[in-house]
Design a protein around this ligand. Structure first.
Ligand SMILES: [Cu+2]
Length: 72
């Protein structure tokens, strides 16, 4: 399932790098693309990956997730 994650608080390439790394570290998550311009991440998530898992991985890096949209 493809997901678009809206993220607040990213301000430079170090921020997007931290988010990218955190998402890539999640089991079942692939094709991670983080956009500083759009303040969002797009990724492919396996069915067992919950929005909470994605959200807390980003929270742990010090950023806020303001929404996750799933596109089946
Ligand atoms: Cu930064």
């Amino acid at each position: 399932m493809k997901k678009t994650v809206s993220i607040e608080g990213m301000h430079c390439s170090h921020c997007t790098g931290a988010v990218t790394k955190a998402l890539n570290a999640l089991e079942g998550v692939s094709n991670v693309e983080v956009s500083l311009e759009n303040n969002q991440a797009t990724l492919e998530a396996a069915d067992y990956v919950t929005d909470e898992t994605i959200s807390s991985a980003i929270d742990d890096q010090g950023f806020d997730v303001t929404g996750i949209v799933s596109i089946s």
